[in-house]
Ligand binder design. Structure first.
Ligand SMILES: NC(=O)c1ccc[n+]([C@@H]2O[C@H](COP(=O)([O-])OP(=O)(O)OC[C@H]3O[C@@H](n4cnc5c(N)ncnc54)[C@H](O)[C@@H]3O)[C@@H](O)[C@H]2O)c1
Ligand SMILES: [Fe+2]
Length: 400
């Protein structure tokens, strides 16, 4: 595709995306600290909610992660029905299953307890319930007339930041291609960043989800539609991840590290809900759709390669991140600082056990993966566009 045409397609798409996100966005009421999830549950009762659908996944329920919250809700007079059918990267069909439970039980509000998959599934259940429609009807930007039924979220992973975004990622029933629902009303009314619920998160999921947070921080910051507020959250998030992610992986019981990562994730969400993401997500979404690769792992593996390609065009912004997180000094050249940031991301990946390559990626799939990633990337406010061979080089480098 000629460069000028690509530029035109990009600008048109970006205008559309910018338009979708341009309204002022609310923020959730935030409860922070050990036990804050119970405080949120008490507040849900004080809001007058009586028939709540709790959306989660099976393993979390079996681990007992919901027990305290359910007991608190029951004690406060809230009847909670649990839908625990969420699977990673939820499909529209799965959302409809949860919606069926909400309707059958007459629930009028939704609480997500889980990772990004549970929160995204719950967001769309809450939106479709209010609009008396199906999940498929919600896919796209601002497709629904009415705001969600009252919706709350308690994250149990620290990475997606979905508790702070107006976005839900929903996969196609057949192709598993990732699509988006964008609706400002899906930003939860309240959320709890409770490190206690994250203690049992295994090191490899802590690592991968934590790198999702770092990717949000960096992609929102180096992108072209950020503002002073998203820059603030992006920098704060990146610093917390570099400081605390290794400790959260090494010692999952360290509540200080878990709390820092929960905040990093939330701040990353506040950044991308306005400033969006970039090629790391475009490529990682397609690795997830084709191979079921976990979102955070895909981001972690792709991030240093994409930064390496962008380190000249985004040198100034990458240099600012490097200085803020303490890996360089003001006065060094931007290029030097940008190089240091790439090296630091590599070092973090190694420290937390992110593999450099994967045997999931197949040579025969490369052309389709490149086309799909470039198409998705053209809708993001990335510092510049990739050529096909650049995108392919990223995939080749992570291919075992
Ligand atoms: N809406 C957004 O703004 C946004 C942003 C980024 C990513 N996403 C989406 O979020 C999804 C990924 O979410 P995720 O990375 O949080 O993973 P996830 O929700 O799919 O959970 C991953 C695994 O971790 C387990 N788990 C979760 N919390 C646990 C805990 N405390 N202890 C033990 N096990 C636990 C789950 O049972 C699951 O098996 C993807 O679909 C991605 O596209 C959404
Ligand atoms: Fe992400």
């Amino acid at each position: 595709m000629p460069a000028f045409y690509k530029e035109l397609v990009y600008k048109t798409k970006l205008k559309l995306v910018g338009g979708m996100l341009s309204k002022p966005q609310s923020k959730p009421m935030v409860f922070i600290g050990a036990g804050s999830s119970n405080e949120l549950c008490k507040t849900i009762a004080q809001f007058g909610i009586r028939k709540l659908l709790v959306v989660t996944d099976g393993p979390l329920r079996e681990l007992g992660i919901l027990d305290d919250a359910l007991a608190t809700l029951a004690g406060a007079g809230v009847r909670a029905t649990v839908f625990d059918g969420v699977l990673p990267d939820p499909t529209a069909q799965l959302v409809n299953e949860g919606l069926g439970v909400l309707r059958k039980e007459g629930c009028d509000s939704v609480l997500a307890i889980g990772g990004g998959s549970s929160i995204d599934c719950a967001k769309v259940i809450a939106l479709a319930a209010a609009n008396d429609c199906s999940a498929e009807d919600c896919i796209g930007a601002n497709k629904c007339k009415l705001p969600t039924v009252p919706f709350f979220a308690i994250p149990t992973t620290a990475g997606t930041g979905s508790e702070g975004t107006c976005i839900a990622v929903i996969s196609d029933n057949e192709t598993h291609d990732k699509g988006g629902v964008i609706d400002n009303s899906m930003i939860p009314k309240a959320t709890a960043l409770d490190p206690v619920l994250m203690r049992g998160l295994p090191p490899h999921i802590t690592a991968a989800t934590g790198m999702d947070a770092l990717t949000h921080a960096i992609e929102s910051y180096i992108g072209t539609i950020g503002n002073a507020e998203t820059d603030f959250y992006g920098l704060a998030s990146a610093k917390l991840v570099f400081q605390q992610l290794p400790e959260a992986c090494r010692n999952g019981d360290n509540l200080e590290a878990r709390q820092a990562m929960a905040l990093a994730s939330y701040y990353g969400g506040l950044a991308i809900t306005q400033a969006l993401v970039g090629y790391v997500h475009a490529i990682s979404h397609n690795l997830g759709a084709r191979y079921g690769m976990p979102h955070g792992l895909g981001n972690a593996m792709v991030l240093p390669h994409v930064l390496d390609l962008l380190k000249t065009d985004a040198a100034k912004k990458m240099a600012e991140i490097a200085v803020h997180v303490g890996i360089g000094e003001v006065g060094e050249t931007d290029q030097n600082l940008a190089n240091k940031l790439v090296e630091r991301v590599w070092a973090l990946n190694r420290e937390i056990g992110i593999p450099g390559t994967t045997d999931l990626v197949k040579e025969d799939d490369l052309d389709e993966l490149v086309a799909a990633s470039l198409a998705e990337g053209s809708g993001y406010p990335t510092p510049r566009y990739f050529e096909e061979d650049e995108c392919k080089s990223v995939l080749k480098q992570i291919k075992a």
